[in-house]
Structures are given as structure tokens and as C-alpha cells.
Ligand binder design. Sequence first.
Ligand SMILES: [Zn+2]
Length: 143
Amino acid sequence: MALSLRHVADQLFSEVRLAKEKHGHLTDEILSALHFVFHQPLVHALDLVDQKNVTKLTTPGGRVLYQVVGSSNQLYNCLITGNFCTCPSYTFTVLVKMDSLMCKHLLAVHLAEALGECRTRDITDEDFVAYMCYDSVTDNTKN
Ligand SMILES: [Zn+2]
């Protein structure tokens, strides 16, 4: 079930991208479909995208890490390829209980990518390693 839901989610993210290209915004149809799949976290994720809380960090070698400033100003690291986030909600609902596909931060990353709303920042490979291994010391990215 998780696999097919993942497929539906990927399909939806492509449609978000298309809608943005075609209409410049999300259509009601896509919003309802997103809500049907993701429920409540969708609203929070869209807020995070609106507030430009998603930053895409890229190394010269092409490694990519996303950082999302959560609702309580906490910074979370997300990997879009591995579908991973460092927040407690991800650990509990996705990893442990397996009753969600992704947390609101990951969802925000996917939506921000599809909508072209990511802030971007170049980082070094050393930064990448530091962010991945010691995420508690990465609060220097707040503007
Ligand atoms: Zn998260």
C-alpha cells in the first residue's frame, strides 16, 4: 500500500509542477487531490512553502540537502531522494508507525521543488557532512 501511495504522490507532484507552469498556481482540483492523499499536514506544508521556509543546499559535486524551518523555528534536514527528515514526527509516524508517507517538512520540500519556491544556497562538501551528522549545530541559516 505504501508503495502505490508513493506512486500516487509522485504523480501528484508532477501535476503540481505542470499546473504551476500552465496556470502559475495550484488548481482547486490538485489541491483536493493533495489533501485526499496527505490530509492535515498538507495545510502546514503549504504554509512552510508560502513562508519560503524551504532552502535547497547544493555542493559543488551536486549533493543536495534541504533544510526546512519548522513551525517552532526548529531547523530540519530533509533528503528528497531518500525521502527522509530529521524531525520527531517523521521518526514516529513514518519510520515507527508507518501510517504516513512523509512529514509536513518533506511534503513542503516536494511542493517547493514542484512550484519552484525553494531558496537556494551553495555549500561545501564539509558543510554537507556537518549538516548531515551534527544537525543541532546548524541554526546559522536563519536569514
Ligand atoms: Zn519532518
